[in-house]
Design a protein around this ligand. Structure first.
Ligand SMILES: Cc1cc2nc3c(=O)[nH]c(=O)nc-3n(C[C@H](O)[C@H](O)[C@H](O)COP(=O)(O)OP(=O)(O)OC[C@H]3O[C@@H](n4cnc5c(N)ncnc54)[C@H](O)[C@@H]3O)c2cc1C
Length: 463
């Protein structure tokens, strides 16, 4: 039987990046990908990443003329619900064709020494007589194959093909995402009727509808996107509000794409003996928008460092030895992401008119917060005092409902509670289950962004 240091299941952004880095560090790596090469990552075409993050993770930025190149631009906008006010972002964004970009990443992983088998689906763990994970069983056209590996890295995205096979008492949770924990994304590829319109000028995000406009890479082409919990039908219903409320140039829809991304707090532990969950499998997507291609790499980067060192020292890849991946990820990104969730629940409750007023008066939906998304916010005491004064004035003039202010305050306090609990994350697996019990109780109290869905629409779509 073939033996590898690392078996990666899933060859999309996370799997390809991790495989390349581990191979570059001198370890033997096998990647198994369920799809045949020509079908990898065909779910949707155009996606984007921040240029600064691409540089940080050494991702190859395509140039005009390359088959994966889509577009590059700086400064998208966050729009108010009726489109009257907007705040400018500062990030430079690179748009790419996903299949072409991923196949390039996979070729780079192969050039670094990783072996990739396409049309090979992870089926189950291979275990020794004591139940210890020692490899994987996977299915190809020729039937079931077996391979030995010191570590199985589950990078299979939402299906979480390996994570779901872990026992109930594992340190990595094995549950499946429910429709409430998934962001259902619909992309309308649009062509503007007026040939003078440059889609780059209209790039922006409509926070209240979780909707956005991005260039498609074609002349006069745009992607009008929307995401929602529970179902694509919910997203399509909300998109009707966008079209009704926001003045937008005329366009025709040329094609529609749909896809799913996780919208759930991060797994409490990524590691188990001989196993690690990564990328969408570990719910590492950004809480604001559900994007996960670069946010996943913060954990993958730590994993490469820790696992490579253990392999070089000849130490086993046990949960105890890999535990620092959990702890360090929380400090680098996990605490920030998960403490933002309750705050988002507290903000989403504002109705369109209230949010329009708040955009106009720079309250919460202000340049400093929306313009600095993804970067250090650095809110000063003065900024917060100004915001509180604005909220009080809004309540006094009847433009903001007190009940919604209370929800925001609750969100802020719960955000602090998450931060405090995550600071107490155990240093070793020993304290894990006691910590998990506290975390479960807190998340039960906080609820989910999906709880803010409109019950009328849910009834209408039969949910
Ligand atoms: C419509 C849409 C637009 C998006 N746009 C962006 C964007 O612009 N920027 C951004 O950062 N994020 C975006 N996202 C989110 C992004 O797609 C994911 O966060 C990202 O793809 C996660 O990468 P991954 O490698 O962890 O998992 P995935 O991309 O889900 O890849 C999993 C891989 O595993 C394979 N696989 C599945 N089961 C098995 C198995 N049993 N055995 C072997 N292989 C298996 C799959 O075929 C796939 O290749 C978008 C999501 C959607 C739905």
């Amino acid at each position: 039987m073939e033996k590898f240091d690392i078996l990666v299941a899933g060859a999309s952004t996370t799997g390809a990046w991790f495989a390349k880095k581990m191979a570059e560090a001198g370890h033997s790596v096998l990647v198994i990908e369920k799809q045949q090469a020509e079908n990898v990552s065909r779910e949707y075409d155009i996606f984007h990443m921040g240029k600064a993050e691409m540089e940080r993770f050494g991702l190859d930025i395509p140039k005009e003329g390359d088959d994966d190149y889509g577009f590059v631009f700086t400064s998208g906008r966050s729009y108010s619900p009726y489109g009257n006010y907007s705040k400018y972002g500062k990030e430079t964004v690179v748009g790419m064709h996903k299949h072409e970009f991923i196949m390039k990443m996979n070729r780079q992983a192969e050039a670094a020494g990783a072996k990739i088998i396409y049309g090979a689906a992870f089926n189950d763990f291979l275990k020794d007589e004591k139940g210890k994970i020692i490899g994987a069983k996977y299915i190809t056209d020729e039937g079931e194959q077996q391979v030995e590996a010191k570590l199985i890295a589950d990078c299979t995205g939402i299906p979480s093909a390996a994570r779901r096979k872990l026992p109930d008492n594992a340190y990595v949770e094995n549950f499946a995402l429910s429709p409430a924990d998934i962001f259902y994304v619909v992309l309308y590829y649009a062509k503007y009727t007026d040939q003078k319109i440059n889609p780059l000028d209209l790039h922006g995000f409509f926070m209240q509808y979780k909707s956005w406009s991005a260039p498609s890479g074609d002349d006069h082409g745009a992607i009008l996107g929307i995401g929602a919990n529970y179902d694509y039908a919910y997203a399509e219903e909300i998109f009707k509000d966008v079209r009704k409320n926001v003045p937008w140039p005329k366009y025709t829809v040329e094609k529609v794409e749909k896809g799913m991304t996780p919208y759930h707090r991060t797994l409490y532990s990524f590691v188990e003996d001989g196993f690690i969950a990564m990328g969408d499998t570990a719910f590492l997507t950004k809480p604001t928008c559900g994007e996960g291609c670069t946010s996943s790499l913060y954990q993958a980067e730590i994993a490469v460092e820790v696992i490579s060192k253990l392999l070089k020292e000849g130490k086993p890849l046990t949960k105890e030895n890999m535990w620092s991946i959990n702890k360090r990820y929380i400090q680098v990104q996990g605490k920030d992401f998960d403490s933002l969730r309750p705050l988002l629940i507290g903000i989403i409750g504002y109705d369109y008119k209230e949010a329009e007023y708040m955009f106009k008066n720079d309250i919460i939906f202000c340049q400093k917060i929306l313009g600095g998304m993804g970067q250090d916010l650095n809110l000063t005491g003065g900024d917060i005092a100004k915001m509180v004064a604005g909220i009080l004035k809004g309540v006094a003039t009847g433009n903001i409902r007190m009940s919604n202010v209370k929800k925001t305050v609750k969100g802020l306090m719960q955000s602090g509670e998450v931060g405090k609990l995550y600071d107490e994350y155990p240093d070793s697996p020993a304290g894990y289950f006691a910590w998990k019990a506290k975390a479960d109780a807190l998340w039960e109290k906080i609820g989910k962004v999906a709880d803010t869905c409109d019950p009328e629409i849910l009834r209408k779509i039969g949910k």
